[in-house]
Design a protein around this ligand. Structure first.
Ligand code: MG
Length: 370
């Protein structure tokens, strides 16, 4: 199989709740999402998606995806998309870094490999574990009572895992965590995700202020070194996210005993190929994971479901159905979260069909120059 063309679509994904707010007063109301279409000489096409959480969450931004794909496309035309190792080597040789740019291309290649082999991507990633994948619900940063009310509402829909957006004023955050934990039962999971928002003295106050509560602490401070100092002064289970941006960061953190869990985001590490490598290593090392992406629509939700569903159950702490947060559709056939669970599709590839009525015409098309 050979790549004959790469087409790029841009679509805005507005939030159902209007606004998603997290640390340092950051918020997004409409996500800038890119859909990658890879056409082949065998008449089948593969699809991927990249959707940064605004330009200030990770070193990634919406237009950057499209600029980066323009840079990579000439190197990929005529390559075999089903050879995902070769594709990644081509991309990493042609463009250093910028993992998020490569994620949609890599995802589309896995979609093509599944279509060629007649297997769902989760089978190609190791095989399905269990009937469904448990979802968490992210709770945008607001006043403690509003956050508690939102948790109560999502709980009624079947969610049992909640990720509070904290990383604000330490006193407010202590109140947010106490208020929300109070309404949860045994077995329900609460994560306080600071998204790098606290300085060390602020994080130290918060972890002391919630020291007796059943709550996980996620990514308290900006740097790995700052977060490690907080890890060493709290007994709460500890998650690293933003700092774990690849295999080397994971190995270093594992060696330091810097976390109990990681948050594995597909685009943060450069696509499904690299996410699978990190996932498999985490399983061998005994590290459970939240398996997800920065943000996304239907295609990313499908990719998350395939990666999560092919992960042994004990190691998947939670995942996200991003398509349930937004009002626009990028594809049909994606998993639909129900009762706090979703499942990877059983049809070949990612199991999605792009919604071209919603995507419109491509903003860029790259093919062989004649
Ligand atoms: Mg996080």
């Amino acid at each position: 199989m050979k790549i004959t063309a790469i087409n790029i679509y841009q679509i805005d994904l507005p939030l159902k709740e209007g606004r998603y707010s997290w640390a340092d007063g950051k918020f997004v109301e409409v996500f800038d999402c890119t859909v990658v279409e890879i056409e082949t000489n065998e008449g089948i096409s593969g699809y991927g998606e990249v959707c940064p959480l605004g330009p200030f969450y990770l070193p990634a931004y919406g237009p950057g995806v499209r600029t980066g794909v323009a840079e990579l496309a000439p190197y990929l035309i005529d390559a075999d998309p089903t050879k995902t190792g070769n594709i990644n080597l081509i991309m990493d040789t042609a463009l250093l870094g910028h993992p998020y740019v490569k994620s949609g291309i890599d995802m589309a290649c896995w979609d093509l490999l599944g279509k060629q082999t007649n297997l769902p991507v989760c089978d190609l990633l190791g095989g399905r574990h269990g009937g469904s994948v448990a979802l968490y619900r992210a709770i945008s940063q607001e006043a403690p009572d509003i956050m508690a009310n939102k948790i109560a509402g999502y709980r009624d829909q079947g969610y049992t895992k909640f990720q509070l957006k904290v990383g604000g004023d330490p006193d407010d955050d202590i109140a947010r965590i106490h208020r929300t934990r109070k309404i949860l039962d045994r077995g329900e999971i609460l994560v306080a995700d600071a998204n790098t928002g606290w300085l060390m003295h602020e994080a130290a106050r918060v972890v002391d202020g919630i020291a007796k509560l059943d709550v996980y602490i996620e990514q308290p401070c900006k740097s790995y070194e700052e977060s490690l100092t907080i890890r060493r002064r709290t007994a709460r289970p500890f998650i690293l996210d933003e700092n774990i941006d690849g295999l080397q960061a994971l190995l270093r953190a594992y060696g330091d005993g810097a976390m109990d869990l990681i948050n594995l985001k597909i685009s943060k590490v450069g696509g499904l190929t690299k996410a699978r490598q990190i996932r498999d290593l985490c399983v061998s090392l005994g590290i459970a994971m939240t398996i997800e992406d920065s943000w996304g629509g239907d295609i990313i939700t499908a990719a998350i479901a395939h990666l999560a569903h092919s992960t042994p159950k004990r190691f998947r702490f939670s995942s996200t159905d991003f398509n349930s947060y937004v009002t626009a559709q990028t594809a049909t056939g994606a998993p639909i979260g129900e009762n706090g669970q979703m499942a990877a599709g059983e049809v070949p590839g990612l199991g999605i069909v792009p919604d071209f009525a919603s995507l419109g015409t491509p903003v860029a098309c790259y093919s062989k120059r004649h």
